[in-house]
Each structure stands twice: as C-alpha cells, then as structure tokens.
Design a protein around this ligand. Structure first.
Ligand SMILES: [Cu+2]
Length: 348
C-alpha cells in the first residue's frame, strides 16, 4: 500500500495558519527493518533547576524510562550508538505534542522529527535512522522549536566508530594525516547553554500562531555548561575534566545557546571533527577539511547548534582554564548579565 506524505501548504492564506495547525496524523515508518538498538525518550513535562542566585527556573526535558539514572533531565540523557547501527528511538510525548529531531543525522522525512514537514507526536512514535558517520550530534524537540529548545528539550548524541568509544573515527588508508592520533583516554561532552528566565514562564504554544510572545528578545541571565550554571562550573565534576599525564583528551562541544559562543582552552588542541563530520585530508574521498590546530587560549567560535570537537594530545600536569563567552546575537558583545562560564582541565 502506498503512503501519502502530507506536505506544507503553498497558499499564502493557508500559510498564515500553518504554524498553529501542525499535522498530527502519524504515519508508520515505511520500510521498517529490525533495529540494532532500541531506546526510548519520554517527555518530562516540568521540573525546576535552582540557579546560583536562588531562583527556581522551570524546565522541560526527555528522560530515559528504561535506564537507571535516566531521570537526569537537563540536558536530556546522552544517546550513544555505533557507526552502521539501525536505531529505533521511541518518543513518548506523555501529554501535549512534541517531536524528536535528530540534528545532523540523515533520516527519511517521516523519521526526522520536524513537525512542519511530517507530523507532531501526541502519544508515541518510533523513529528509525541509521548511524552513518562517527561524530558529535544532538537531538531536540522540533515543536514550537525556539521555545521548546530553550526549555531544555535536547540532549547530546554521539556516534562512535564500530569499535566503540575510545577512538573518534577510523582512519581511511588514503588519509594524509595518519599521524594525528584519534584515540582518547578521557572524554568530555560539554553542552553550552544560556537561560532567559522570562522565556521559562511561557506556555507550550506561546508564539506558535504568530502572536508576539516576546521570543525576539533574548536576555539570558544564566550561563551554563552541561546543565551546571556558572560559577558552579568551576568545581562541578560533571563539567571539570580530570586526566593523567600523557593521556589524550577529547572535548566534544555543543553550542546549545542562542548566542555567538567563543571558547578558549588553556592548552594547545586540534579540532578533529565538526558538526558530525571528521576533519581529514584525503584526495581519494574528495576535498575534505584538514584538522585545525588551535594554540592555547586562542578563540574558537561556535555559532548556535554548531558542534566542534577538540583533541588534546599527551597532556602534561597542570591546571588549565577553559572559558566560554556568550555573546548577543545582534550586538556580538557579551550578554549584560555576564556572558561567561569558566571551568578547568586538571592534569595530575
Ligand atoms: Cu517539545
């Protein structure tokens, strides 16, 4: 039986109502195959995070109902799969409608979780996709996206090579940069975020029908790494990186802010992967970007949603500062409320 996939309207009058009248007719995935990995993400409707000034800010997120510790809701729990695996990921929307968009992955349209080109999910839906290229990605809700993302509905997603964690990606024999070691003994996954508490008072569909909900004004008061607000980032073990002399450290950085983000690392590093694509020099595979050497304390800029992965080889004892500067998307100046998060790499 053939399946008709609904398409966005093309009539301008129809388009006016498009945003607040999304499609919720769920289509069963065509060509469903047996998965290598099954996982579930259930929407967690509301929970509070206490900020350093004592203010409770409301968040939404995804939890993993099948894994102990899967209730750590912001950022939502890491999804980690291996290159080549077929993934069946079930969204349990709990109440209201949400989606999961697999940012940087290449699923078919019905599996991509973009409501306006497929459908929003009111109960449960199982997305199917294949992990093709090792690297750093993230997943997030794509319903009323600008708000639901700010509310915390995202989590990191890592594709490892077939051998699993410990190697960033497998070298192709024709790679010209064979000497760049892609093995790592210590790994950090940092999701940078900034929070405007005013947005966190809005309701599920605020702004969706074109009304002015103030989502054009973003004035973040809190600056965070992996759910930890600065200055707690300076001592929280979820953020600080600890390594021993001689180890290689892999730093996966996800810009989950609405800011222009400058990262400075107090050690020489090499950018070895960007947006889920290995950086390599390989004439046989086409014109690929070379790995990028970054001197200690130099600025690396990440635009919103960008992922950049740094390899730090053969670390030596010391305490090295890492700062993130969160800059306003219009003025390109650090946000008025500080716009800074700091943490440390400690090598013994
Ligand atoms: Cu949502």
């Amino acid at each position: 039986m053939s399946t008709t996939i609904p398409r966005p309207p093309t009539d301008p009058a129809e388009y006016d109502a498009f945003g607040c009248d999304p499609n919720s007719d769920v289509i069963e995935t065509p060509d469903k195959v047996s998965p290598n990995i099954r996982l579930t993400r259930k929407v967690h409707g509301s929970f509070d995070v206490t900020m350093p000034d004592g203010r409770d800010v409301r968040f939404w997120g995804f939890v993993d109902p099948n894994t102990s510790g899967g209730d750590r809701t912001w950022p939502s729990p890491l999804i980690r799969v291996r290159q080549g695996q077929i993934v069946h990921a079930t969204l349990d929307a709990a109440k209201n409608t949400h989606t999961i968009h697999w940012h940087g992955i290449e699923p078919s349209t019905v599996n991509d979780g973009v409501g306006h080109t497929s459908f929003e999910v009111s109960n449960q839906y199982t997305y199917q996709w294949q992990a093709k290229t090792p690297g750093t990605y993230f997943y997030h809700c794509h319903k009323n996206t600008v708000l639901h993302f700010e509310m915390g509905m995202y989590g990191p997603l890592v594709i490892d090579p077939p051998s699993g964690p410990g190697l960033l990606f497998e070298r192709h024999p024709a790679d010209e940069d064979q000497a760049t070691d892609l093995r790592y003994q210590v790994e950090a996954i940092w999701s940078f975020d900034d929070v405007d508490p005013r947005w966190h008072e809005l309701n599920h569909s605020a702004g969706l029908c074109g009304e002015d909900a103030g989502l054009n004004r973003f004035e973040p008061k809190y600056f965070l790494i992996s759910g930890v607000p600065h200055p707690r980032t300076e001592r929280d073990p979820r953020v600080i990186v600890r390594a021993r002399k001689g180890q290689n450290i892999l730093l996966r950085s996800i810009n989950a802010t609405y800011s222009n983000l400058d990262i400075r690392i107090g050690l020489n590093s090499t950018i070895v992967e960007m947006d889920g694509r290995p950086l390599r020099t390989n004439p046989q595979l086409g014109t690929f970007s070379k790995p990028i050497p970054v001197p200690a304390k130099a600025v690396t800029n990440l635009t919103p949603a960008q992922r950049t992965t740094f390899m730090i080889h053969n670390v030596q004892p010391g305490r090295y500062e890492v700062t993130a500067t969160y800059k306003d998307w219009i003025t390109n100046r650090p946000h008025a409320a500080g716009g800074l998060a700091r943490t440390w790499i400690e090598v013994t």
